[in-house]
Design a binder for this molecule. Structure first.
Ligand code: SAH
Length: 348
């Protein structure tokens, strides 16, 4: 059965109109779903009983079920969540000084084929619906409610390429951003893409305030192509052109993600090239420690080299942050926990 989380407010009004209901009912339901975090339609006591019965026949509320959880000594929690069709996705909750950040998946598996990433070990099976993504957030929010905490930030950096599932991802953002619901501010929602240029152009044209992060990971096309096949379809000059246009047109600062891979992309020359590549852009670089994935042979850069790389960037006028590692004692790399579970299932 479909989850009622699938609808943004406007769509929910349309759905309820079919049942002969006025638009204000959608607002009432939004409040039940996202503010009071109802998990059954029976709780919605100000809705007509007949409507509740109709909704129960057609919809469920919570579309996910927890099947595994790993908790790191630093508090990072990784959830493996099962969907109605039996497929599973990961969501990761990280605690920062500025609040709780939830990393959500956007597709079941991923077809982008980045060679360093565990998610690509399992090909894409299908898109996630907006409601399934919302389910990831609501499931974790309900746990946080017990501790009086809330999901402050959402990063769409789990398994999947959000711009390969554009419409559902944008709808998901609208749902969690809605003032009448969770009201997570647009600037607290980050979409991370590997660089699908036509969708970056679409995103630019929508003039929404969500943050855009771009996985760069390389300072030239030759290197990027080895790491990220998407570079063959959309090489760096096209990507940078689209990003500059987006940033200027929307007055927004971009984030570039750059994982440091030992001996691959962490040389001085790479830092200098990277500085040249993004020169003049309103952007900063997030240097990310690599979570090693057994299957692919890449190693993470040691702390000293990472700091040196950061220094070279700074010297060349690039604003950068050196991120600390989260959850290194659990299967924290994108797709690792899920890949292990799927393998165990297959081995049974
Ligand atoms: N497809 C999107 C979002 C999902 S990946 C994208 O490419 O941005 C989220 C981020 O995690 C990307 O920057 C990705 O390159 C990075 N990543 C993937 N595997 C990783 C690993 N093992 N260690 C560290 N970062 C990883």
């Amino acid at each position: 059965m479909q989850t009622i989380y699938d609808y943004d407010l406007k769509q929910l009004e349309d759905v309820l109109a079919v049942y002969g209901q006025k638009p204000y009912r959608a607002k009432q339901m939004y409040s039940w779903l996202y503010r009071k975090r109802a998990v059954s339609f029976d709780e919605m006591t100000d809705l007509p009983a007949s409507l509740i019965e109709q909704l129960k026949e057609q919809y469920v509320i919570m579309p996910v079920k927890e099947v595994d959880r790993q908790v790191s000594h630093d508090g990072t929690m990784k959830f493996l969540l099962e969907l109605a069709d039996g497929s599973s996705v990961e969501a990761v909750l990280m605690h920062f000084d500025y609040g709780e950040s939830l990393c959500v998946s956007s597709e079941i598996g991923c077809n982008m084929g980045c060679t360093f990433c565990a998610s690509g070990l399992l090909k894409k099976q299908r898109n996630m619906t907006a409601g399934e993504m919302t389910g990831e957030v609501m499931y974790v929010q309900k746990l946080l409610d017990e501790m009086g905490r809330r999901v402050d930030n959402i990063v769409i950096m789990g398994t999947g390429e959000p711009f390969d599932n554009y419409d559902n991802v944008m709808r998901f953002c609208r749902i969690v951003n809605s003032d009448l619901g969770l009201a997570i501010g647009a600037r607290h929602i980050t979409i991370s893409t590997c660089g699908i240029v036509p969708r970056i152009n679409d995103f630019a044209a929508e003039h929404v305030q969500y943050n855009l992060a771009v996985s760069l990971h390389a300072s030239n096309d030759e290197l990027r192509r080895q790491l990220m096949p998407i570079d063959k379809a959309y090489p760096l000059d096209e990507l940078m052109k689209a990003l500059k246009a987006y940033s200027v047109d929307n007055h927004r600062r971009l984030t570039f993600e750059y994982i440091l891979l030992h001996g691959v992309n962490d040389l001085d020359q790479n830092a200098i090239e990277l500085a040249r590549l993004i020169h003049g852009m309103n952007a900063y670089v997030n240097l990310i420690p690599y979570n090693e994935v057994d299957e692919n042979g890449y190693h993470s850069t040691d702390a000293k080299t990472a700091l040196h790389f950061y220094d070279v960037l700074m010297k060349h006028g690039v604003k950068a942050t050196l991120r600390t590692r989260h959850g290194e004692d659990i299967d924290a790399a994108c797709g690792q926990l899920r890949a292990r579970h799927e393998k165990e299932k297959a081995d049974q």
